[in-house]
Write a protein that binds this ligand. Structure first.
Ligand SMILES: [Zn+2]
Length: 261
């Protein structure tokens, strides 16, 4: 049953309960996201606590009359918090707003061609992460998450926020150690080029398409976000297909205080 009241904003609960998400709601959230329920008990507990903090500090709003129910907010919070489980919630402290649209948005865009002519067009967006600003999500696309394909819009957009912490969307978030700073650029660049080449070969000669959303080949920032979707949602297959990235991501997302899995 969907609770209509926004328990996390009304402060109904006393200090002891305020840091927790109602058990039945949390259980349903885990059940509907197998990649969350398969985490260790310690990680699930930490995720639940983080989600409560996240919900308390973030501001959800529904566009075009969309009502944000508890189930939706907790689902988004749980998926958004997974990438920062080891890093810490402060990675998301540069924004408050999460705007949820009922379906994909049509965003006005313009581009200037070589002759200096400006062309206006609309782009279909399932989500967007603004530098220092809100995250926008299409609820229809949030629901389209796929464990098989490793597709997950919420993780995708929130990983963009991690990438954007240093102000640049380049597929390289601020790295916590010299070792990672040394390994990250060549490992990511090689993987990105390998993927783009395999995709181009498949398109040209009809060979097998590489596993990962082809959108990953559009830019290094998109490759990072798409790879992370698969890393978090479909870890076993990701580890087989991308062992070098698995090792790199493990070292980054584990953060300073999380023991290795
Ligand atoms: Zn993206």
């Amino acid at each position: 049953m969907v609770r209509k009241a926004r328990w996390w904003q009304r402060g109904w609960f006393g200090p002891a309960e305020a840091d927790s998400i109602p058990q039945d709601l949390w259980d349903r959230t885990l059940t509907s996201h197998p990649f969350l329920s398969e985490r260790s008990a310690a990680q699930r507990d930490k995720l639940r606590w983080m989600c409560a903090q996240f919900l308390r500090h973030k501001q959800f709003s529904g566009a075009h009359g969309l009502q944000i129910h508890d189930e939706m907010a907790v689902s988004i919070a749980a998926q958004a918090c997974l990438p920062v489980l080891g890093l810490g919630l402060h990675w998301y402290d540069d924004f408050r707003g999460i705007v949820v649209h009922p379906r994909a948005m049509r965003a006005p865009r313009q581009i200037e061609d070589e002759a200096g002519v400006v062309h206006h067009y609309h782009e279909e967006l399932s989500g967007e992460a603004m530098p220092g600003g809100p995250v926008t999500l299409s609820w229809e696309d949030v629901l389209n998450e796929s464990g098989e394909e490793g597709y997950n819009l919420v993780i995708h957009e929130f990983v963009h926020k991690l990438d954007l912490r240093d102000g640049v969307a380049d597929g390289c978030p601020p790295l916590p150690s010299r070792d990672l700073a040394r390994r990250w650029p060549p490992t990511m660049q090689a993987a990105y080029e390998r993927f783009a080449e395999a995709l181009a070969l498949a398109d040209r000669f009809g060979g097998p398409r590489p596993w990962l959303d082809p959108y990953a080949a559009t830019a290094p920032a998109e490759f990072f976000a798409v790879a992370c979707e698969a890393y978090f949602v479909k870890r076993q297959r990701f580890a087989i297909e991308w062992p070098d990235l698995t090792e790199l991501f493990d070292d980054f997302f584990r953060g300073a205080d999380e023991p290795s899995r």
